[in-house]
Design a protein around this ligand. Sequence first.
Ligand code: DAH
Length: 350
Amino acid sequence: MEEKLILILKDYQQKITSASTLKGLDSLFLALFGKNGEITQATKEFPKLAKEELRVVAPLLARVKAGLEEAVTKRREEIREGGYQKLTGEKLDLGSAELPKDKGHLHVITTFEEKTVSLFQNLGFQRYDAPHIDSDDFNFGLLNIPEDHPARDLWDTLYLDSEKFGIEPGKLLLRTHTSNSQVRIMREHKIPFRMMVLGRCFRYENLDARHEHTFEQFEIVYVDKGLSMANLQYLSEHLLKGIFGEEMKVRMTPGYYPFVEPGAGVDGLCIFCKGKGCKVCGGVGWLELAGAGMIHPTVLKNGGIDPKIYSGIAWGFGPFRMLMLKYGINDIRTFLSGNLKELLKYEEEK
Ligand code: DAH
């Protein structure tokens, strides 16, 4: 029995030291101290032993048992410690992980809007929102475009079924331009004021690569004493240089809009040929990007402002057109298409 115990001790001490996992160690422990374990079995044989032998074997068994238990505990700690060191020793460098290239970004229109708003906030302009569904008056009548006036042909209007709401037919519409804000702004604010309106407009269009039924406009309405076309020129340069870069040049050409006098078109130097004349600008060297002018005296009066004392300037730019030129986008329907594959290509820097 003595020899047997010494053999078990040696055999298992070696097995325990070479165990490499906690699970392996658990099975060794069971093989020793479990129901049918070697040590348990040896203890069961004690009653059969002679008293003399028992006197030697009993303390030996106690020592073997303690020795093996200690060995298991020690090895268990070593394995745990080793695992921990392995974990801390391994470098998990998340910082250097390369991010997937196809991560998303803000829609080019959103970034354009943020940029434009900040460019004009810097000059003291305040943001104003006007309704998308509006009356014939604010969209046309009060802007010096009476009913049946041929100028209405400039805007292909989407009329709503207004009779349902008890409103005369043809009096409720989707705004065709952000100019529907002008008279509202004048009635609601004390002079002087500098306002900007950025938002959706809607027209009844035959859709193609250059016509979309829903689009954006960027309008400013600025009323003070002594404003002139020179202010308009300065502000146009501020916008176009801010979007296209410092080398951009701006000019104004005569244009007709019933709510301004004089009226103008704001042209930017063609970014493709730099004024030489190319296919995109139709050989002109310039591209028309906005309608603008000095606010018509009748419109100022409709807004409760005395045109003999005050003057106003206003414009309406088309962000879709500007972005199409900047990024060479050849289909206006891209912007609202939801086609991520296409839209992810255009990221307006902030
Ligand atoms: N509302 C015009 C349009 O949609 C653009 C425009 C022209 C706006 C002249 C203005 C302006 O404020 O003064 O075609």
